[in-house]
Design a protein around this ligand. Structure first.
Ligand SMILES: C[S@@+](CC[C@H](N)C(=O)[O-])C[C@H]1O[C@@H](n2cnc3c(N)ncnc32)[C@H](O)[C@@H]1O
Length: 285
């Protein structure tokens, strides 16, 4: 027993670790090396106890059975990291503002629809920050048409994102960005306004499986998602993302992600973990 009275589980055997790592890789593209064993232990043992299994052996037998398909989804949710915040990696929002004001403004004035994708959106702060940047930058465009797609593999975190309600401690970042007018305070929480929420569609999507749409975007945020993918999976993702960006559009990655030789995917580096689509292959915007 632990001090809190819960059952202490014995460590994960090599065989069980391989089962868990195999599911993470096949289902979500996440690569877990042996070094991650203690992290896996701490994240999964809670799940094992919660579901009433007495050992990792028992849990892994269930995971690999036909009845375990739902649990495999929960396993992946427990293994993924959902850390995010409003206006995280601020420079990308500055690039986006520049793209909107310098390159797209006149086309948007002519009623072209603006399309942006937050791929791996977690609890939604990234998508809401994009929406606020769009509204702030384009307040002078009458009848603006703007759509933001926000996707994630984790259905639970998408549920939180759809609520658009955050602990008031997050209000500080919004205040600093002059974004508080897009929110209201409700029972000590910051809640996104209807105008902001109406711009965003939250959808379940696994980035390593075929995508159920063929539309292109002016900008894609895919940040701090591919960090756990192996090189081959990352390259496939970069190619697929590039195909969904209009020529001249931009792709933003997380602080420890970069594309080696972006020209392989018709892109060029344009700043800090940011890439511009230069050659055709995707549609022209
Ligand atoms: C660390 S969060 C990043 C959130 C946000 N993009 C940011 O940078 O603040 C990573 C998100 O990627 C999601 N994710 C991991 N693997 C994925 C996959 N194969 N397909 C789609 N989303 C995935 C996780 O569920 C998690 O919500």
């Amino acid at each position: 027993m632990t001090a809190s009275g819960t059952l202490e589980l014995p460590g994960i055997s090599d065989g069980n670790f391989r089962i868990i790592a195999g599911i993470a890789k096949n289902y979500a593209g996440i690569c877990l090396s042996e070094k991650k064993k203690s992290l896996v232990y701490s994240r999964i043992s809670r799940r094992v106890r919660q579901e009433g299994f007495s050992s990792f052996d028992e849990y892994c037998v269930f995971l690999t059975s036909d009845a375990g398909s739902g649990e495999r989804q929960h396993l992946v949710s427990a293994l993924t990291t959902n850390v995010t915040s409003f206006f995280r990696e601020k420079h990308h929002f500055t690039y986006l503002e520049h793209l909107l004001l310098q390159k797209l403004y006149s086309r948007l004035e002519r009623r072209e629809e603006l399309r942006i994708w937050s791929a791996g959106c977690s609890s939604g702060e990234e998508a809401y920050s994009i929406a606020m940047t769009v509204l702030k930058s384009l307040s002078g465009v009458p009848n603006l048409k703007a759509k933001i797609l926000a996707t994630d593999i984790d259905p639970d975190i998408l549920g939180q994102a759809r609520l658009g309600s955050y602990a008031s401690v997050e209000a500080e970042a919004l205040f600093e960005e002059g974004a508080l007018p897009f929110c209201r305070l409700e029972s000590g929480r910051v809640v996104m306004s209807d105008k902001i929420r109406d711009m965003i569609r939250f959808r379940h999507l696994n980035l390593i499986e075929p995508w159920p749409f063929s539309s292109c975007f002016h900008a894609i945020f895919c940040r701090n998602v591919a960090i756990y993918f192996d090189r081959e999976t990352q390259d496939r993702l970069w190619r697929n993302l590039s195909e969904r960006i209009f020529q001249g559009g931009e792709l933003y990655l997380g602080h420890s992600e970069r594309i080696a030789h972006p020209e392989r995917f018709g892109m060029e580096s344009m700043g800090y973990n940011a890439y511009r689509k230069v050659s055709s292959g995707g549609k022209r915007s």
